[in-house]
Design a protein around this ligand. Structure first.
Ligand code: AKG
Ligand code: FE2
Length: 159
């Protein structure tokens, strides 16, 4: 895509990436409560493992579809930074988790993030997003969540 091939190796180092262990307890009112609200991940790529219970859904062709659990597979989700970096060619996938009435569910997510000072810019002109640092992006997301109650994300950086 016109970026140098060592970009990830140089910028997404073990000390800037992180692992999250998610536990979703059984929920008697599962039709009314999300395990995780619809969102996109604020990283480059997320490597996800879900157990056999299932519950992960993503948007495909404007519809929510269920990601069938597969014990032999990892799920790779594209995040917001990849979308900006590819100038919108690769889309950050919107996803959510629905709860289960009876069974507890676990998942493990590894978020591939660069350092806060890494500049995210598209390889293509005209770029649809202005250049920003990952730190600026995180700050903007946190500011929006605090002040308006939700993440706006990449649309804030459209030119
Ligand atoms: O539990 C899952 O399957 C998804 C977790 C997730 O989307 C996240 O941690 O950002
Ligand atoms: Fe996520």
């Amino acid at each position: 895509m016109g970026h140098i091939s060592s970009f990830f190796a140089e910028n997404c180092l073990p000390n800037t990436c992180y692992l999250r262990l998610n536990r979703y307890p059984p929920c008697p009112i599962s039709s009314e409560v999300f395990g995780l609200m619809p969102h996109t991940d604020s990283d480059f790529l997320t490597i996800l493992y879900q157990d056999q219970v299932g519950g992960l859904q993503l948007v495909k062709d404007k519809k929510w579809i269920t990601v069938k659990p597969n014990p032999d597979a990892l799920i790779i989700n594209i995040g917001d930074l990849f979308q900006a970096w590819s100038n919108g060619i690769y889309k950050s996938v919107e996803h959510r988790v629905i709860t289960n009435k009876q069974v507890e569910r676990f998942s493990v997510a590894y978020f591939c993030c660069p350092s806060y000072d890494t500049m995210i810019e598209s390889c293509k002109e005209p770029s649809i997003y202005r250049k920003f640092s990952f730190g600026e992006f995180r700050q903007q997301v946190q500011h929006d969540v605090r002040t308006i109650g939700y993440k706006v994300g990449l649309p804030r950086f459209l030119i």
